[in-house]
Write a protein that binds this ligand. Structure first.
Ligand code: SF4
Length: 373
């Protein structure tokens, strides 16, 4: 449940799941919902991959996935893991040797479907490697690559087939007494994904990795993910999320966080509340917000800032934010601190001034959090 229980209409009751570890990041149970993304560099280009892992970690990614399609990538993985500030998940398809190599290379988790890697002996070898190296496993069911026997049984990819596929993979791990796993049942169709996730959420207590696969470009994919993932998270389903966009992975992380922030499930950085602006605006709201978003990217402390064009909504929004600015006409506006009108500031100096106010507030909140520990 979020901390919003004084306002019951904001409560989200999270599904109870087991907790596993992906490196040092807990996933499931009452752990914060982890944000993931995936690199799109060549894994064998260690420098480029490490740079991207660092960039997405700086943007807030808790866990990063890297493709391991061949032996050279397994070798590169070892160096990437060494340099990475966050746990690395190795993405393996079919090839059991890659799974073993990735576990040996220090991957924190393998994304692999045990039912797709060959005979029992091979499955046991991969599970042993995972166990020996403290590596968890993510079962990744995808509507686009369902097993033939399930497609024959159900006729087409459908929620029931996806859940059955997931349970078959789970059974293999359980039969081998391996329980450090999580599961995803992704589809590019929002309805199919949502139904499959609801089904798997009822059928297992394993932590759930949420995602809408191949969601699309930055705008369309963001909307699709916000609807699909947002809906499931609102129902309390999901322990870690990955937004898939045909865009820079840093954008995936930002969108993932925004979805969680909108639902009050995670808080990070400055939540800017701003009006769309209109003829009443006392300053250029759109340009100001664009500039502030960039200038405040370094702030990780959860806090709120309202930037409102005029007094129609400014004072009301400022009441609920840590720092606020409301346009007032005659080239200046009012600065609000902790919900109260504090002082006037000219439009020309207001960006530098707001950045300073936000930085001061962040330092104050950090100090208070440290003192409370
Ligand atoms: S707050 Fe004022 S400037 Fe902003 S959209 Fe509303 S009326 Fe227009």
């Amino acid at each position: 449940m979020s901390l919003n229980h004084v306002r019951p209409w904001r409560d989200i009751y999270r599904r109870k799941s087991r907790q596993i570890m992906v490196g040092n990041v807990p996933v499931g149970g009452d752990a914060p919902i982890a944000v993931q993304t995936m690199t799109n560099t060549l894994t064998t280009d260690v420098a480029a991959t490490v740079a991207q892992v660092q960039a997405v970690a700086e943007a807030g990614a808790d866990i990063v996935r890297v493709s391991v399609p061949d032996e050279a990538s397994s070798k590169a993985l070892k160096e990437i893991v060494r340099e990475s500030p966050v746990p690395i998940v190795a993405d393996i398809h079919f090839h059991y040797r890659r799974g073993i190599e990735a576990a040996e290379a220090g991957a924190a988790c393998l994304r692999i479907n045990p039912g797709n890697i060959g005979d029992e002996k091979r499955v046991k070898e991969v599970i042993k490697a995972a166990r020996d190296h403290n590596c968890s496993i993510r079962i990744g069911v995808n509507a686009g690559s369902l097993e033939k026997h399930l497609l024959e049984k159900y006729g087409e990819p459908c929620p029931e087939a996806m859940v059955e596929s997931g349970l078959e993979h789970i059974r293999i791990l359980q039969d081998n007494d391996f329980h450090e796993f999580k599961i995803s049942v992704k589809a590019s169709d929002v309805f199919l994904s949502a139904a499959a996730y609801q089904g798997i959420a009822e059928a297992t207590d394993a932590p759930i990795h949420l995602g809408i696969t191949e969601a699309g470009g930055l705008v369309s994919g963001t909307i699709k993910s916000a609807i699909g993932l947002g809906n499931l998270l609102w129902m309390g389903i999901g322990d870690t999320i990955r937004v898939s966009l045909s865009a820079d992975p840093v954008e995936e992380v930002k969108v993932g966080f925004e979805i969680l922030k909108s639902l009050g499930l995670r808080h990070r950085g400055v939540n800017i509340i701003s009006c769309p602006s209109c003829a009443r605006q006392g300053f250029d709201v759109i340009k100001t917000v664009e500039t502030l978003e960039k200038r405040l990217e370094h702030i990780k402390t959860p806090m709120s800032l309202s930037i409102i064009g005029c007094v129609v909504n400014g004072p009301g929004e400022a009441l609920m934010t840590d720092v606020g600015f409301t346009g007032g006409g005659a080239g200046s506006g009012m600065v609000y601190l902790a919900g109260k009108a504090s002082h006037k500031m000219s439009n020309e100096q207001m960006i530098d001034h707001i950045v300073e106010q936000v930085e001061n507030k962040a330092a104050e909140l950090d100090a208070a959090a440290e003192a409370a520990e």
